[in-house]
Design a protein around this ligand. Sequence first.
Ligand SMILES: *Cc1c(COP(=O)(O)O)cnc(C)c1O
Length: 500
Amino acid sequence: MDSQQFREFGKAAIDLVADYLDNIRNRDVLPSVEPGYLLKALPEDAPEQPEEWSDVLKDFNETIMPGVTHWHSPRFHAFYPTGSSYASIVGNILSDGLGVIGFSWMSGPACTELEVVTLNWLGKLLGLPEEFLNCSPGSGGGVIQGSASEATLVGLLAAKEKTVRRLMKVNPSMDEDEIKSRLVAYTSDQCNSSVEKAGLLGSMKMRLLKSDPDGRLRGETLKNAFDEDCAQGLIPCYVIANLGTTGTCAFDPLYELGPICNEQNVWLHVDAAYAGAAFICPEYRHLMKGVEFADSFDVNAHKWLCVNFDLSAMWVKNANDLINTFDVQRIYLSDIKTDTKIPDYRHWQIPLGRRFRSLKLWTVMRIYGAERLREHIRGQISLAQHFAKLVQSDERFLVEPEPAMGLVCFRLKAGDNITKRLLENVTERKEIFMVAATYRGRYIIRFVICSRLTTIDDVTYSWNKIKQEADLICSENIHVKAKMPALNRIDTVNNCEKSK
Ligand SMILES: *Cc1c(COP(=O)(O)O)cnc(C)c1O
């Protein structure tokens, strides 16, 4: 393929993407394919001869597209959002066009320095304490990781190294492996699966402490866990606080956890993967009160800030903690740079190679401007509040817990089984997509405003689909009850009948 064909292929692909997003409402959010559909549709071997790009695009439309779950459909309400915007897509094209690998300053001066600049911009927009910014006197800084999962693991590995160094300094006769085997990490039972995985990958015992009835990890619980473990000769090392849990978007009180961690030299990492984006709006910053106690903080710009995956923004208070953990020297990696304030980002992450990811953050921040990004966050929160009102207007439903950010959790008062049936039936129709969680032992459905394209009409549309399905289930239940009153196998059918 030469540059002329690239121009044609690229322009056709951009038209395809623009058309796709313009017309995304015409598609069911979930695809109608069976597992293995694509394995059957494609040849078993790669082509020997070059093919035409037009044939590739044709197959994209005919075989790939039918198997796509449409994450940017305004009817996608599952998980949390994944970011996308035209500005970000173009940033990615530019990055791929350069194809730079910026593991040291010399390997990509612009790649390194734009990352410093954009993470300082974003850190300031979020209202992070100054110690977290690059080139701050205490040598903190921001780095782009691929995912919140990686950020949690990077924090864990740095915490481990720091704790071992600290203890061996006090007591040089201690055995390093012995110390490592006694280290413990803590988080709440509401943590994201990736947090638990970081413990597995980093070989550190991870305790999932019981959260309070609102899903928050409290200081007292943490303090008790530290005390228990210390009494057994274990060493508290790493705490992951959640700002915006995956299940119900609960916020751990950093102002309670922070002082306890600081007092015991325990690294505090903040996982604000989704909800952290809201801190660009000052009215939500009270939810990170106590962030000054943290050692590291992570938010996924690729979730709620219109940046395409992957761009997880991580800040640390002391970059030397990362460098001490990950610095492995080789002669071919030595750099001409003498300014030690400019990072060699390979020491801040797991892989050696790194893409020019800051470009897409830069294009998004410039094309939107901070004000538009704040409007995006506020707009999505108000759409969620609108949805909550719709649910509350129907007496068969309960909204619980209180909606937070773009998430509304709800259930049918008639019980868990019937709520579960509702979700199953809605999912089967493929028109809207939501997932479940639990809250205080009850089965709940999570409804998240995900797509940046979502309008108030889309929210009404989704609510009507949910309501129609609830009507069907409830009338079915009444019918079953009339026929087999003695069986009583449907939970509290009466409550399900809409009070008139
Ligand atoms: C989404 C999410 C993660 C995982 O994010 P990745 O970037 O996919 O690793 C971790 N924690 C929380 C709270 C999340 O919402």
